[in-house]
Design a protein around this ligand. Structure first.
Ligand code: F0G
Length: 465
């Protein structure tokens, strides 16, 4: 029998007292509390967090305050999420915040890709530089804070790997226990090992991500376990700060395009929510177009828009080597459709070969990312061809996960066996110029010098410039 909370009380954990409320994205009704499935009790649609105090702030004063905090050493100011706390749901006290100094991620230029595809103003916002190596940390600090504040002893998630790594870390920091449900054999070892190291109870289920999420929904109805999937609206509030931090890095000049990978569609929803709130508040003069890119084999949103007119979800049996976004039944599809429509963004899909090539190109920039993040560059090339993105426009790609998250993919690509035995095997030969396989040599100076000379001869164009 699970105790219901960290306290001795036998009652269910009580919701925090706060100024924010939960608004249904379907019928618009607002309540002070949310059920464990974070769905509207009237119409069953997903909830989002709203707070009337957000709108009454002075945008110029906020910009100054946020910038000043960058030179301060208080725990909340060191977090790239809580630095923007005026636009987040407020925790009970500053001491109750569970933080690993998340956010504060770099905005990089991509000079080689810029030149290759002909977009001079191309940037990557690298969320893989967060404490556990993915964007999930920005949401997890907020959701874990509210889980602990509500007195939960157990938190849980279904995951393709990154959510579980992040949740396990924040639960550990917050003194909570964590339950991870992941599809067996379908997540990278690197992510799985993080969950183990941070002390999660890790269950590898013989199903896919969608099966794990279904089971979690049933579990939270029966056990006092707090769910930390992106259905949890506190997660999305934290993930909003990606947009705030990005705009601050761009001196509040909105880019023309922000391009994100789409899986369960929480992140695109969060970024879109932030952009709309920033416009409302007067922090930015206009909206960037927010576009979502999916893998061809996990293209539920693409099909939902093309075949369902954005009105009904078209689920798919997901299959892609970009395992982070191997999701066929995205929970936040309606939120994502709304923000795509509100910002005028596009939704595209890219092939496995296009993902592999884009990942190698981002690696060759010296920053790298995991496969799911690389869909952004692959997608940009398509949007450029279609004329949706214009060469003179400013484009920001959101890189969601660190290169080290999926070393098997990277090794397979460079060794040349990633597509072995698949329908893409023959065509994958065209990616050979992007491969940098390791060379095994006798330990002799002559052998190394010869290899060096051969490398120079075979690729005299490659330079550090
Ligand atoms: N990129 C990476 C690296 C991810 O891990 C995920 C999702 C996404 C993109 C897609 O984001 O779901 O908000 O649309 N990973 C989840 C997980 C599902 O369990 O780690 P989304």
């Amino acid at each position: 029998m699970l105790p219901s909370s960290t306290s001795e009380k036998s009652s269910k954990p009580s919701p925090p007292q706060a100024s924010f409320g939960f608004r249904c994205i379907g019928c618009g009704s607002v309540t002070n509390t949310a059920a464990q499935d974070f769905r509207c009790s009237e119409c069953g649609n997903l909830l989002e967090i709203t707070d009337s105090s957000w709108n009454s702030r002075n945008p110029t004063a906020l910009k100054t305050l946020w910038r000043e905090r960058r030179s301060l050493n208080a725990s909340l100011d060191l977090s790239g999420v809580w630095r923007f706390r005026e636009l987040l749901p407020g925790p009970a006290s500053e001491d109750s915040v569970v933080t690993l100094r998340e956010g504060n991620t770099p905005l990089y230029e991509l000079p080689q890709s810029s030149r290759r595809i002909g977009i001079p103003r191309l940037y990557a916002k690298h969320q893989g530089m967060n404490p556990t190596g993915s964007f999930k940390d920005t949401g997890m600090t907020v959701a874990a804070t509210f889980a602990r504040q509500a007195g939960y002893r157990w938190v849980a998630c279904a995951s393709t790997g990154n959510t579980s790594a992040s949740m396990a870390a924040y639960a550990a920091r917050g003194g909570m226990r964590s339950l991870v449900l992941v599809p067996e054999g379908k997540i990278s070892w690197s992510k799985l090992s993080q969950a183990l190291d941070y002390g999660a109870l890790t269950c590898q289920l013989r199903t896919d991500f969608d099966g794990c999420l279904r089971l979690l929904q049933e579990l939270v109805r029966q056990a006092p376990v707090y769910q930390l999937n992106s259905i949890n609206p506190f997660r999305l509030e934290g993930q909003k700060t990606l947009a705030l931090e990005l705009l601050e890095q761009l001196d509040w000049q909105p880019p023309d395009h922000i391009i994100v990978p789409g899986g369960n569609l929480g992140n695109s929803s969060a970024i879109g929510k932030a952009l709309l709130e920033m416009l409302d508040l007067g922090l930015i003069p206009s909206l960037p177009k927010l576009s979502v890119i999916q893998a061809e084999g996990a293209n539920a949103l693409v099909r939902t828009l093309r075949e369902g007119g954005g009105k009904r979800l078209v689920s798919v049996q997901a299959e892609t080597r970009a395992t982070a976004i191997r999701i066929g039944n995205p929970a936040s599809w309606e939120k994502a459709v709304k923000v795509l429509q509100a910002t005028g963004g596009a939704c595209e899909q890219v092939s496995e070969l296009e993902i592999a090539q884009a990942k190698a190109e981002i690696g060759a920039e010296g920053i790298g990312c995991e496969p799911a993040s690389a869909v952004t560059l692959a997608g940009l090339k398509k949007l450029l061809q279609q004329g949706f993105v214009k060469p003179e426009e400013t484009v920001v790609l959101v890189l969601t996960g660190n290169l080290l998250k999926d070393p098997d993919f990277t090794m397979g690509f460079h060794r040349g066996d990633l597509f072995q035995g698949t329908a893409d095997e023959r065509e994958s030969a065209r990616l050979n110029p992007f491969r940098h396989p390791p060379v095994v040599l006798d330990a002799s100076l002559a052998a190394v010098i010869k290899t060096l000379e051969q490398a120079e001869e075979s690729n005299p164009q490659q330079s550090n410039a």
